[in-house]
Structures are given as structure tokens and as C-alpha cells.
Write a protein that binds this ligand. Structure first.
Ligand code: LLP
Length: 418
């Protein structure tokens, strides 16, 4: 878990005090530290690239803010995109089409045509997608996603690599897929798998890579040589204070040594989302209400599962701190309830915190990945602001929505106005 600086009892991020950010930009607000993104990117790139040629395809589903994409474009990252919307965001942020790999699931013909028109390589998820793409063009870079029958992840809902999931070409049919692609006139460039998200151990990655290597060897025996192996994303981070980070050097060594010794693969691709962006961002949210029930003490905050759905959706732990009492000792146990009218809208359960009062600012940690991108207008609440901090400067990178904007796509039939 990230350690933040403390000045005058206050949490400081990117050289700026939490209260200054809330005074200027209100709450709740997503606060992203630019330097943290750059450092995370460099860590993972260096761990692998010192072993073999490496391409990082940042899984932008984790966070598609255009300013954040610009930072990663400057770092030299490439992109894993899953929709035409994500592709458009990345093109707008300066990524050329060849730096994007589209890995969709249950892809419509309309989306396939749009991706082809944008010149973005396609990582194919099914035989149906292959045949439908071939009707549009065979002059396009493709690769295949295999279901490796190895799964890993922080919750059942995010384990993708198990045999029963909807993802990828079944392992026993993958050679047939390449054969068919060649018959159709494609020249497949690579092989991809993604076991799941938020795993904390290296072993499932190694097991998956061994499966991929066997497939690469079988393809080579059929005369099909691939350029890249894409091992997906899913590298977990320590959300809890007592957890430690995954050993990337060990992971890189274990994986690249196998690929180099057993195949002629030229490049490894990794698709981290969470690793790059999660700990760069906190949510600052104001305490608006204090309530003692017979069983629990609640501090009511103005960010709920409309702002960060992970606790409600996956029972995820996000660390919290009272940002304006950052170095004060814990005194009481609180649960932090949001403003959404559902019992499940509790952002943090039974946490030991300093005495919490109305007006205090709570920092919710590790909100950079799958935070804003999964936020919603539930209960008709406008989406919050996002700001970027760096070396003491704050910049607005997304304006908050207004209530008025929530109505912009609705139409009332005139007969209902009579
Ligand atoms: N590549 C593929 C094909 C993926 O499906 C994903 C995530 C990634 C890469 C990036 O995974 P990461 O490195 O971020 O773990 N909403 C969930 C996570 C869902 C991930 C979906 N796919 C959460 O909040 O934990």
C-alpha cells in the first residue's frame, strides 16, 4: 500500500494537501498523482524489458481519462482496448492504431467494421468473430485469445481463464483456429491469454505461460511462427496494509526464461491495468453525517457505490484514512456509509480511525483502477470531478457533471405532456 506524506496532520498527495484540493474542487473528487503513474509504468516495463523485448499494453478499461492516457502515451506505453469507445479515447490521446490491440468479447459486426476502419489490430475471441471478420477483410493484423484453463483473481467475477468462462477460443480448438485463419488468408501475429484480475501469486501466470508455449511449439510444427506472446494483465496490488506487492522481477525471470528457451517468440506483451493506475489515485470525500446505531457507528460520506463500486460489487477492501487527521491515533471503530439508498452502499466496514466529525475529509485509497470507469449515475447523482496533481500543482482533468446534464438524452413523448 502506498505511503503518503503528512504535513500539519494532513495527507499530502503530489505535493498538495487534501483540504486544499477539496476547498478548490469540492467533494467527492478523484485525485491522481502523475508521478505515481510514471513510476509504476517504468517499474513494470523495466522488470520485463531487461529480460526480453517487451511491450506494455496498458489495459485502459481501468482508467480512460484522456489526461491519464496522455501520460502513458508519453511514457511509451501501448494499449489493450476492448471497445470502439476505448479505441477512440486512445486515438484522441495520441496513440497510433498500431500501438493499440483490440481484444473484444462477443463482438458485433458493427464494432468489427469500426475497428477495421480505424486500422487497429484485432485479437480474436471466437471462431464466429474470425469468420465474420474475414467477410469484412483478411488484410488485417490478427492474433487469437485462447482460454488457457488456468484462472486467478481477487474474486470469482473477475477470473477469466477458467474453462467454463465466456472468454477465448477453447484450448483444444486453438490450433484449428490458426489453421482456419491461414486458410482464409490471414497471417496471425501472436497468441494471447488473460487468466483474471488481481491475482497475488506468480504460479498461475507460469502455468498459463507453459500452456501458451506448448501451443506456440505446436503451431511452429505446423509452419506457423508467431511474433508475440501476450500474457494478459491481472497483476494484483496490495490493497491492505499487511499485504505486500508481487515480486515483478521474479515473475519476469520465471516467465521470460521459459519463453526464450523454448520458443522463437520475439516479443512479450503484458496488459496491466490495475498495477499501473490503481495506487496513483485517491478519492477525497467529505463526512456529512455521524450516526450511532445500536450495533455500529457510521460516518456518512458523500461518495458511494455510484463513485466507487468495488466494495459493493466484489466486497473489495479499500484502505481509508481521515485525511485532515492523518497522523492522529485511532480512537474508534467506524463504518463509512455512502449516499446511495441501498444497504450495500458501505465503502469501508469496521475501521479503526481517529475520532471522525462532520466536515472531516476521508481519503479512499487505490481508486485509480476501475474507480471512475465503473462509476454511475445511480440515484441520479452526477459523476464527480477528477484532478491531476504533480509537484504541488493541481489541474482539473474532468469537470463534474451537472444535474441538468443527466436529462440530456431523455425524451418525453408529446402525448404524455398533455
Ligand atoms: N487484459 C484483459 C484481456 C482483461 O480482461 C483485463 C481486465 C486486463 C488485461 C487488465 O487486468 P488488470 O491488470 O487491471 O487486473 N472491475 C474489476 C476488474 C475487472 C478486470 C477486467 N479485465 C475490479 O475492479 O477489480
Amino acid at each position: 500500500m502506498r505511503k503518503f506524506e503528512c504535513v500539519d496532520h494532513e495527507l499530502v498527495i503530489g505535493g498538495v494537501k487534501a483540504t486544499e484540493i477539496v476547498q478548490k474542487y469540492g467533494s467527492p473528487v478523484y485525485v491522481t498523482d502523475e508521478n505515481a503513474i510514471r513510476a509504476n509504468y517504468r517499474n513494470i516495463y523495466q522488470a520485463f524489458s531487461k529480460k526480453m523485448p517487451t511491450r506494455i499494453n496498458y489495459a485502459c478499461k481501468a482508467n480512460t481519462n484522456l489526461a491519464i492516457l496522455r501520460i502513458l502515451e508519453q511514457e511509451g506505453s501501448c494499449i489493450d482496448a476492448v471497445s470502439i469507445g476505448e479505441i477512440e479515447a486512445c486515438l484522441r490521446s495520441g496513440f497510433s492504431p498500431d500501438r493499440i490491440l483490440y481484444t473484444g468479447v462477443n463482438v458485433s459486426d458493427a464494432e468489427l467494421r469500426a475497428v477495421v476502419a480505424r486500422g487497429v489490430p484485432i485479437n480474436i475471441d471466437s471462431f464466429s468473430e474470425l469468420e465474420r471478420l474475414a467477410k469484412i477483410t483478411t488484410d488485417h493484423q490478427i492474433s487469437f485469445r485462447v482460454n488457457p484453463e488456468v484462472g486467478s483473481g481477487h474474486h470469482d467475477k473477475v477470473i477469466t481463464g477458467k474453462r467454463s468462462t465466456k472468454f477465448g477460443i477453447p484450448k483444444h480448438q486453438i490450433l484449428e483456429a490458426y489453421k482456419r485463419a491461414v486458410e482464409l488468408g490471414f497471417k496471425p501475429a501472436g497468441l494471447h491469454a488473460h487468466i483474471g484480475s488481481g491475482g497475488q501469486t506468480v504460479e498461475p501466470f507460469i502455468e498459463m505461460v507453459e500452456t501458451l508455449i506448448t501451443i506456440v511449439q505446436e503451431l511452429a510444427a505446423m509452419g506457423i511462427e508467431l511474433n508475440f506472446l501476450d500474457i494478459g494483465g491481472g497483476i494484483g496490488i496490495p490493497y491492505r496494509p499487511e499485504e505486500s506487492a508481487m515480486d515483478l522481477d521474479k515473475m519476469a525471470a520465471e516467465i521470460t526464461s521459459r519463453i526464450k528457451s523454448k520458443t522463437k517468440i520475439k516479443e512479450i506483451i503484458i496488459e496491466p491495468g490495475r498495477y499501473i493506475i490503481a495506487d496513483s489515485t485517491i478519492i477525497l470525500t467529505k463526512v456529512v453525517d455521524i450516526k450511532e446505531t445500536p450495533d455500529k457507528k457510521y460516518a456518512g460520506i458523500d461518495a458511494g457505490f455510484n463513485t466507487l463500486i468495488r466494495p459493493a460489487m466484489y466486497d473489495s477492501y479499500h484502505h481509508v484514512a481521515v485525511a485532515n487527521k492523518f497522523d492522529l491515533p485511532a480512537e474508534e471503530v467506524y463504518s463509512l456509509g455512502g449516499p446511495i439508498c441501498e444497504t450495500g452502499d458501505v465503502m469501508a466496514k469496521d475501521r479503526e480511525l481517529p475520532k471522525v466529525e462532520e466536515g472531516d475529509i476521508i481519503a479512499i485509497y487505490d481508486a485509480g483502477a476501475y474507480g471512475f470507469t465503473m462509476s454511475s449515475n445511480y440515484n441520479m447523482r452526477p459523476l464527480p470531478r477528477e484532478v491531476l496533481v504533480k509537484d504541488g500543482e493541481i489541474t482539473l482533468i474532468r469537470e463534474s457533471e451537472t444535474v441538468e446534464e443527466l436529462f440530456r438524452h431523455q425524451r418525453i413523448p408529446s402525448r404524455l405532456m398533455l
